[in-house]
Design a protein around this ligand. Structure first.
Ligand SMILES: [Zn+2]
Length: 364
C-alpha cells in the first residue's frame, strides 16, 4: 500500500470510529439501516486526502483499541471489523478481530485456502475461513452474499462472520445460560457463538484473549481461568531436573496462546513431563546467536510421555510426533525437534534433541 493510500485508510477509520461513537450515543433507536449510507458518506469524505484525520489519537479513545491492535490489525481490516460488529447487539469488533487473527492472521497467512482454493482440511476458504464444501446450503451460502468468489474478500467475509456469530448467540445473549467453556473468560453467549465457529474451548480462549489484548484495559485483568487450569492440570508435570523452572511459566500470561492451547489438548491424550518453557532456558538457540523461541515464550520442551523418557526407539515418542504432524490450522507448530526424523518441515533432529521433544511457534 502506498503512503498516501495509508493516510486515506487512516482517515476512513477515524471517520468510522466517530460514526460508531455517534451511533452509540444515539442508541436506543438509532436506525441501523441508515448506518450503511452514513458509513458510505464518511468513507467518501475521508477518502479525500485533505480530510485525513489523526487516527492514532482518535482510535484508542473511541473504539478502545489498544496499541497492540493498531500495530497488528491492517487498517482496512480494522475498519471492516468496526463496521460489521455494529450490526450485532453483543458482538464487539475485538471478538471479530480475534477470530480473523486466529483463522488467517487478518488475511496475511500464505496457507492454502486463504486467497484461493480450500484449506488443508478440504473445507474452508477466505480470511474468515468459511466452509464452502458442506451443505447444501454451505455455511458461506447461509451467511455470505451469494457470490462464491466473495468468500476470499474481507469486505464480504467479515460481515458474513458477524452475521454468523450474531445468529449463533450474540443477537440475544441473555437467552444463553449454559456455559460450554467454564474455564474460559467471557460470557456463555460469546462461548456459544465462538464454538459454533470452531468447536473447541481452546479456540474460544485464543479468540477472547486476543480480543482483550485488542482492547485498552485501564485496570489489570483478573487471573485468567484457562491459564490457572493449565498450571494445575494433573497431566502436565513440570520438572526442574534440566535446570529450567516450568511450573510458574505455565501460569504466566506471557506464555504464547498456541502453547497454552496445544498443551491443554495434548494433556487430554497423554501425561507429559515439561522440562523447559522459559525460565532457566538459554537465551539463544544452542550454538548460535539466534534468539530462542523459549526466550520469547513460544516454545516448550517435553522429556517424558506417560512416564516414559523420550527416546529414538520409544513407540510413545513416535505416536506423539506423528500426532503433531497431523495437526493443521492455528495449532500447527513451526518447529518440532525430536529424536525421530520425519524428513520434512517443521521437523528437525540433532544430537541435542535425542531425549526431549521441542515444540515452537513463530510470531503470533
Ligand atoms: Zn526447546
Amino acid at each position: 500500500m502506498t503512503r498516501s493510500l495509508k493516510v486515506r485508510f487512516t482517515g476512513v477509520i477515524a471517520g468510522l470510529l466517530v460514526l460508531a461513537l455517534l451511533t452509540d450515543r444515539a442508541s436506543p433507536g438509532f436506525p441501523l439501516a441508515k448506518v450503511g449510507s452514513a458509513v458510505g458518506r464518511v468513507i467518501h469524505q475521508t477518502l479525500r486526502p485533505e480530510r485525513s484525520r489523526p487516527a492514532r489519537l482518535v482510535v484508542p479513545v473511541v473504539a478502545r483499541a489498544s496499541v497492540f491492535a493498531l500495530a497488528d490489525i491492517p487498517s482496512e481490516y480494522l475498519a471492516l471489523y468496526l463496521q460489521a460488529a455494529h450490526t450485532c447487539p453483543a458482538l464487539s469488533w475485538q471478538l471479530l478481530a480475534g477470530i480473523g487473527k486466529v483463522e488467517t492472521n487478518h488475511g496475511r497467512t500464505t496457507a492454502p485456502g486463504v486467497h484461493s482454493g480450500v484449506n488443508t482440511f478440504g473445507c474452508c476458504a477466505g480470511p474468515m475461513q468459511f466452509n464452502i464444501r458442506n451443505g447444501p446450503p454451505t455455511t458461506w451460502d447461509t451467511y455470505g452474499d451469494g457470490t462464491p468468489t466473495h468468500v476470499y474478500q474481507p469486505q464480504y467475509a467479515i460481515p458474513a462472520a458477524a452475521h454468523k456469530l450474531c445468529t449463533d448467540g450474540l443477537a440475544n445473549p441473555t437467552q444463553i445460560t449454559h456455559d460450554p467453556c467454564p474455564t474460559v473468560t467471557g460470557t456463555p453467549a460469546q462461548h456459544h457463538a465462538i464454538l459454533a465457529y470452531n468447536h473447541a474451548c481452546w479456540y474460544a480462549h485464543q479468540v477472547l484473549t486476543l480480543a482483550s489484548r485488542y482492547t485498552t484495559t485501564p485496570t489489570p485483568p483478573p487471573p485468567d481461568p484457562f491459564t490457572q487450569a493449565l498450571a494445575h492440570n494433573p497431566n502436565l508435570q513440570p520438572t526442574t531436573t534440566h535446570g529450567c523452572n516450568p511450573q510458574p511459566d505455565l501460569a504466566n500470561p506471557q506464555l504464547d496462546l498456541r502453547i497454552q492451547s496445544l498443551l491443554t489438548v495434548m494433556a487430554s491424550h497423554w501425561t507429559l513431563r515439561i522440562s523447559c518453557v522459559h525460565s532457566g532456558h538459554s537465551r539463544h538457540v544452542n550454538g548460535t546467536t539466534r534468539i530462542s523461541n523459549h526466550t520469547l515464550w513460544r516454545a516448550v520442551d517435553i522429556d517424558q510421555i506417560n512416564h516414559q523418557p523420550i527416546s529414538p526407539t520409544s513407540p510413545t515418542t513416535r505416536a506423539l510426533i506423528t500426532w503433531l504432524d497431523h495437526l493443521q490450522g492455528p495449532l500447527r507448530p513451526t518447529e518440532i525437534g525430536s529424536p525421530i526424523p520425519l524428513g520434512h518441515r517443521p521437523y528437525f533432529t540433532n544430537q541435542a534433541h535425542q531425549h526431549h521433544i521441542h515444540i515452537g511457534y513463530g510470531p503470533l
